[in-house]
Every structure is written in C-alpha cells, then in structure tokens.
Design a protein around this ligand. Structure first.
Ligand code: TYM
Length: 332
C-alpha cells in the first residue's frame, strides 16, 4: 500500500492556504487510499524566535483542527513529531550526508534568515538544518508520497536527493518519495498582497483567512481583497494575480476550474461575494467539529498517544537500518 506522510508546523493559526493546499486532501483522499501519517511537526516551530507556551497551545490546536478536517485516526496515524524520537535520531545521520552548501542555498532558509536578521534576532542553527529534519520526517516512514502545497516542493526535492545519495553510498535503505500538489490552490496568496503566499507565520492578519475566523470576518477579508487594475474578470496569474487568486480559491471551494469561472463573472464585486460565501461554506463544518473536539480534550490526547505509538513502531526499523548501514555499532 502507498505510504503517505505530511506535516503541519505549529507556528501560527492555520490558514485557508494550509487547508486548500494540503490538509483538505489528507482527509478527503489520502487517508482513504493510502497508509497515511499526519504529523504536527512541533520541533520545526523551534527554529525561529518562539514562545514555549504558544507553541504548546498551537500544537494542540493544530492536532484538533486536523481531526476537525475529517482526518480519522481509525484510518490513519495522527501524532506529534516530538513524541517520536526517531525523527531526531535520523536527522543527525542525514546531516552526515547533506552538505552545508545545499542547506544555505534553500530559498526558504535565505528568506527566513533575512527576516530574523531584520527583526534584530540571530539565526538559529536549526533554521539552517530544518530541511534535513524534514527529510528525516519523511524518510523514517518509507514514504512514497508527500501531499503538500507547492512551497514545499524544494524541501521534498532535497529529501529525494538525500535518500538517493544515502542509498548509493551505504546501500539501499530509503524509499525515494515524491511530492504531490493539488490541481488548484497549490499556492494560495495573501489577499492583501497577492504576490506573497498566505502564510500563517506572517504578522499581518487582514490578507489571511484563518480556519477559525468567524464567517463575517471571512466575508470582510475576502470583500477587501486587493484586486488588479482593469475591470474584466480573467484568470491570469502573471498579469492579474489578485483576481487569479480569488478565482483559484473559488474553484477550490466550489468546484470548476478558475479559467472557466473567470468567464462567468462580469465584476470583481460579484466574484468576491461568491468567493466569500464559498469559503464560509467550506469552513463551516470544520468550525463546528472543532468546537465539539475542544469540549473533549481527552479524546485528542488519546489520539495523539496512540498515534505516537504506531508511528514509533513504523519508524524504528527504518532508522535502525539507516544506523547500521552508515556504520554505527548496534546497541545489542
Ligand atoms: P507549513 O506548516 O508551513 O504548511 C503546512 C502545509 O500547508 C501548505 N501551505 C499552503 N498551501 C497552499 N497555499 C498556501 N498559502 C500555503 N501555506 C501553507 C504547505 O505547503 C504544507 O503542505 N516544512 C513544512 C512542514 C513539514 C512537513 C514535513 C511537510 C515538516 N516536515 C514533512 C511534509 C512532510 C511546513 O512548514 O509546512
């Protein structure tokens, strides 16, 4: 059976981008057709300036929202990264096949390091090695497919390179995974700045639809979205990024394809109104389920406990094999 692994980092409140780019498919498709693991990757949240209590809170919230999207622990494994030591065990070994140069060339590293420096902070070493830990997350489970938004493609590409290099040097150990992306909304853009990704770690709220926003807040944000000069509604990501973003969101939420939908609208106002309602509809069941789950925190904790146990059992043989292959003496 195909093995699927994906993760979400608790660095902010989850957004419509997270949902349309990744999480929605986990619940709707992946868990039904594959042996899937979905992970709250909390160790990754420590790579930038962070508040410990907030990371803990966001980790709990991300796990709860995952379940609220319909991810079902009877069909797949849901867990928290720091509960399974195999991730950091494997990360070290992969650091021994990765190079300093390839880490420094990663675009996300360059952007985030620059942002930390602008804020007057220093760049944590873990920010540089982040992609290696992500590779470990994926390779520890013999993963075939990684369903992610397209911003994660370079990280999965690096994971493939590390797997191939390790296998060539030390003998076949890892499955070489591939990224999968949704047909539309693989990169949802910020409503106020359609040239930037809608990111949960960003500071500005008005361009970001959060999964737990009240319906009226969602409506307001979508109605105030920046559109482009020109008045006709056409799908053109280069020339009309604001309108293209709305058309993609609408297509992802209500079906159809962005180009055909564009032909059906005569004004930006009508497009925004329908997009806002489509988003509100998509988020409604998720918000309701989230409320129910919050009333039963013991349930979420139980899911994570079982999930970690199952994940450990899957990862341990793979990581042990990597340790043996690279030359470490077995403990017994
Ligand atoms: P993270 O937490 O930033 O995002 C989680 C998932 O949401 C997708 N995503 C988006 N998709 C479309 N449009 C957007 N605006 C948007 N914003 C986020 C991301 O592509 C991702 O699929 N490095 C990862 C977490 C990670 C991981 C892993 C993922 C760590 N280990 C192993 C997969 C496998 C990250 O920061 O995702």
């Amino acid at each position: 059976m195909t093995r699927v692994f994906s993760g979400i980092k608790p660095t902010g409140h989850l957004t419509l981008g997270n949902y349309l780019g990744a999480m929605r498919r986990w619940a709707a498709v992946d868990q039904h057709r594959a042996d899937a693991l979905f992970c709250v990757v909390d160790l990754h949240a420590l790579t930038v300036d962070h508040d410990p209590a907030r990371v803990r809170r966001l980790s709990r919230q991300a796990a709860t929202l995952l379940l609220a999207t319909g991810v079902d622990p009877k069909l797949c494994t849901v867990f928290v990264q720091s509960h399974v030591d195999e991730h950091t065990r494997l990360s070290y070994v992969l650091e021994c096949v990765a190079t300093d140069g390839e880490m420094r060339r990663m675009v996300q590293y360059k952007e985030k390091a620059a942002r930390e420096q602008r804020r007057g902070g220093s760049v944590r070493l873990s920010l540089l090695t982040y992609p290696v830990l992500m590779a470990a997350d994926i390779l520890a489970y013999g993963t075939d497919e990684v369903p992610v938004g397209d911003d994660q493609a370079p990280h999965v590409e690096l994971t493939r390179d590390l797997a191939v290099r390790f296998n060539q040097r030390y003998g076949h150990t890892f499955v070489v995974p591939r990224a999968t992306h949704p047909a539309v909304a693989a990169r949802v853009m910020n409503l106020q700045d359609p040239l930037s990704k809608m990111g949960k770690s960003d500071d500005v709220g008005p361009g970001i639809v959060y999964l737990l926003d009240e319906p009226d807040v969602v409506r307001k944000k979508v109605m105030r979205a920046v559109t482009d000069s020109g008045r006709d509604v056409v799908y053109d990501r280069e020339e009309r990024p604001g309108v293209a973003n709305l058309l993609e969101i609408l297509a992802a939420c209500s079906g159809g394809d962005p180009e055909t939908l564009g032909d059906a609208y005569e004004s930006y106002g009508a497009l925004k109104k329908d997009t806002a309602e489509a988003v509100v509809e998509v988020l409604k069941p998720l918000r309701e389920r989230h409320k129910e789950l919050c009333a039963d925190p013991g349930h979420v904790e139980g899911v994570l406990r079982d999930g970690a146990e199952r994940a450990r059992a899957m990862a341990r043989p793979v990581v042990d094999a990597a340790y043996r292959a690279i030359g470490l003496l077995p403990a017994s």
